[in-house]
Design a protein around this ligand. Structure first.
Ligand code: F6R
Length: 359
C-alpha cells in the first residue's frame, strides 16, 4: 500500500534511510564484528577472483561492489552484465567465487549464468530482496536485502541496499583476511551517517523538483558524468532518468567525453557532474567546464568536503568508498520529478516489466 504517496517510487526512495539502519543492525555488531555466515566468508576468502553478475540497476550496484571488494578484501573482482556472460566468458582461475545481484531473484539472464556456474560446481552467493526466489534457491549462499517489497519498476532502495550488503560482506571477508583497511572501516557508524545523510537530501526534495523542472522536463537528452566510483553512479543516474522520464540520458566517464561525445552538447543540454572523490574532483570540474563552454547547463552533485559556493546539490560527508549511497539519491529524485512533471506514470513506465523473466 502506498499510503499517502502519489507513487511507490517516492515511498521507496523515502524508505532508504530505514533500510540502511536495518541492515546495520542485522549484519553489524557494535564490536565491529559482522553477522555474516562463516562458511560464506570462508568460501570468498579462499577465492582467487570474485565475479559479480547482474542486470540493469543490479549490474550498476555490482560496479560499486567491485571497488569495495578490491579495496577491503584485496581480491581481484570483475563485474559482468548477465546477458553478456556467455559471450564474454571470463577466463576462470582455480577458485572463482560468483556473486549474483538480483532484487527479484528471478531475472532470467542472471539465472542462465547461475545454471552454468552450478554445472561447473563453483560456489556462489545470491544477494536478493526475495527470500526463496529462484536465484536464492539455486545459489550456495543467500544474503537478504531486507528492503521490503519494491513495487515501482524503477529500482531505488534495492540499489542502495545491494551496495550496503556488498560493503558488509567485503568488510567481513577483509577482516577474515586481516586487511587493516577492513578492520578500521567503521561501517556500522558509516551506515548511520548514510541514513542521516539520505534523510537530509530527501528533506530538500522540493529544491530537486525545481531543478528537474528547470533542467530536464523539456530536455531531449542529458548527461551524467563522473570518474571512478562517480562514473558508476552516473550510469545508474542516467538509467533512472531514461526509464521513467524518456529523456535520452547517458552516463559517461568524465574524461572520455572530449573524445567524441562532447559533440552532442548544445545550447541548454543538461550535464550533471558527480563529484565525491578527492583524487578526481578537480579533473571532473574541468570536464564540466568544457561542456559549459559549449553551452551546457550544469548541475553538480558534490560531497560536502569538496563543495564550492556555486555547487548545486551538496551531499553530506561519508567515507569515500560508500559515497554512491548518497550521490544516487538526488539522481533518483531528479528522475522521479521529471517523470511526474511530464505527467507520466512514474511506477509503470512504458515497455518495461518489474521482473524480466525472458532471456
Ligand atoms: C532499473 C531496473 C532494472 C533491474 C534489472 C534487474 O530500475 O529495475 O534494470 O535492475 O531488470 O532486476 P533484478 O535486480 O530483479 O535482477
Amino acid at each position: 500500500d502506498k499510503g499517502t504517496y502519489p507513487y511507490y517510487m517516492l515511498k521507496e526512495i523515502d524508505e532508504q534511510p530505514n533500510v540502511m539502519r536495518k541492515l546495520a543492525q542485522m549484519y553489524l555488531q557494535e564490536s565491529g564484528k559482522t553477522n555474516v555466515e562463516p562458511e560464506l566468508v570462508a568460501a570468498i576468502k579462499e577465492a582467487d577472483r570474485i565475479h559479480i553478475v547482474g542486470a540493469g540497476t543490479s549490474y550498476h550496484a555490482g560496479l560499486v561492489g567491485r571497488k569495495l571488494f578490491e579495496k577491503l578484501t584485496h581480491t581481484p573482482t570483475e563485474v559482468h552484465v548477465a546477458s553478456e556472460f556467455a559471450y564474454e566468458k571470463p577466463l576462470l582461475g582455480e577458485k572463482p567465487f560468483f556473486i549474483f545481484l538480483s532484487q527479484s531473484g528471478e531475472t532470467a539472464d542472471s539465472r542462465e549464468v547461475l545454471v552454468n556456474v552450478n554445472a561447473e560446481n563453483y560456489k556462489s552467493l545470491t544477494i536478493t530482496n526475495v527470500q526463496n526466489s529462484t536465484l536464492s534457491r539455486e545459489a550456495t549462499f543467500t544474503m537478504l536485502l531486507n528492503a521490503g517489497p519494491e513495487i515501482s519498476v524503477a529500482s531505488t532502495k534495492a540499489y542502495t541496499a545491494q551496495i550496503a550488503v556488498e560493503a558488509i560482506l567485503a568488510k567481513a571477508v577483509g577482516m577474515a583476511k586481516e586487511q587493516v583497511i577492513a578492520e578500521e572501516f567503521d561501517l556500522r557508524q558509516q551506515l548511520g551517517l548514510v541514513a542521516t545523510g539520505m534523510q537530509a537530501i530527501i528533506d530538500e526534495k522540493e529544491e530537486i523538483e525545481d531543478l528537474a523542472k528547470e533542467y530536464f522536463v523539456d530536455a531531449s537528452r542529458a548527461f551524467y558524468i563522473g570518474r571512478g566510483i562517480d562514473h558508476t553512479v552516473s550510469l545508474e543516474a542516467a538509467l533512472k532518468l531514461k526509464e521513467i522520464s524518456y529523456v535520452q540520458a547517458e552516463g559517461f566517464a568524465a574524461g572520455e567525453l572530449k573524445h567524441g561525445t562532447i559533440a552532442l552538447i548544445e545550447e541548454g543540454t543538461p550535464v550533471v557532474g558527480i563529484i565525491t572523490q578527492d583524487n578526481t574532483a578537480s579533473l571532473t570540474r574541468s570536464n564540466l567546464q568544457e561542456t559549459l563552454s559549449r553551452g551546457a547547463k550544469i548541475i553538480t552533485i558534490v560531497r560536502q568536503a569538496l563543495a564550492k559556493d556555486d555547487d548545486t546539490i551538496v551531499i553530506p560527508d561519508v567515507d569515500e568508498m560508500i559515497t554512491p549511497l548518497l550521490s544516487v539519491i538526488p539522481a533518483q529524485l531528479l528522475a522521479y520529478y521529471t517523470s511526474l512533471n511530464k505527467g507520466l506514470d512514474v511506477d509503470r513506465p512504458r515497455n518495461l516489466a518489474k521482473s524480466v523473466t525472458v532471456e
